[in-house]
Ligand binder design. Structure first.
Ligand code: SAM
Length: 170
C-alpha cells in the first residue's frame, strides 16, 4: 500500500514555510512521496531532502508542472484519489474506502481548480470549517494510518524526554 500526496499551487516567496510543513507532515505520518505543483522551489526540495537524510525515509519530493495530468495518470495506475477540502463529505464516514489501497491525497493552496473536485474519487472534509492544508493533512493521515513508526537509513534519532533534548547519532 502506497500513500502519496500532491500539494497544489506552491508559490515561492509566499508559501515556502507552509508547503515545507505539508511535506514534513506527509513524511512523518506515512507518505512515501510528495508531489507539488505551482512554482518549482529547489530550496524547499533541498531542505526536505536534508531532513530525510538525517531522520530517515524513504521519502521523495518531486515537482510536477502538470498536476492535472499527474492525477489522471495516478488514477490510471489504480490510485484512489482523495481530495481534502472543507466543502467535502465528513472523512470519518469514508474510512473503510481507503483500506488496502494505493492513495494519492490532494491538498490545495489558496485556490483549487474545479477539475480536482471532479477527478477525485472522494472530496473529504476534516470539518466543514476552513483550517489549513497542514492540519487537514495531519489529521487525515493520523486518523486513517496512525503515525509512522518505521524509518530507514536513519542517521539521527530523537529520544523523547520529559525535559531537555536528546539526539542519538546512529
Ligand atoms: N479556498 C480554498 C478552496 O478552494 O478549497 C481553500 C484553501 S485552504 C487555505 C488550503 C487547503 O487546506 C485546501 O485546499 C484543503 O486541501 C485544506 N483544507 C482547509 N480546510 C479544510 C477542511 N476543513 N477539511 C479538509 N481540508 C481542508
Amino acid at each position: 500500500m502506497q500513500i502519496e500526496v500532491l500539494r497544489l499551487n506552491h508559490r515561492i516567496g509566499r508559501d515556502p514555510r507552509i508547503s515545507t510543513h505539508v511535506c514534513l507532515t506527509a513524511r512523518a505520518f506515512g507518505a512515501s512521496k510528495i508531489y507539488y505543483s505551482g512554482q518549482k522551489d529547489s530550496k524547499m526540495e533541498g531542505s526536505i531532502n536534508k531532513i530525510t537524510e538525517r531522520f530517515g525515509g524513504p521519502f521523495e519530493i518531486e515537482y510536477t508542472k502538470n498536476d492535472i495530468g499527474l492525477v489522471v495518470n495516478k488514477k490510471k495506475e489504480g490510485f484512489l484519489i482523495i481530495h481534502l477540502t472543507m466543502y467535502g463529505k465528513d472523512f470519518r464516514r469514508y474510512k473503510n474506502k481507503t483500506k488496502n489501497k494505493n492513495i494519492l491525497i490532494i491538498v490545495g493552496g489558496e485556490k483549487v481548480e474545479s477539475e480536482f473536485y471532479n477527478l477525485a474519487g472522494y472530496n473529504l472534509s476534516i470539518t466543514n470549517q476552513p483550517i489549513s492544508e497542514v492540519s487537514a493533512l495531519g489529521i487525515y493521515l493520523y486518523e486513517i494510518f496512525g503515525y509512522r513508526k518505521k524509518f530507514s537509513n536513519v542517521k539521527v534519532k530523537i529520544i523523547g524526554k520529559e525535559k531537555g533534548k536528546l539526539l542519538k547519532q546512529l
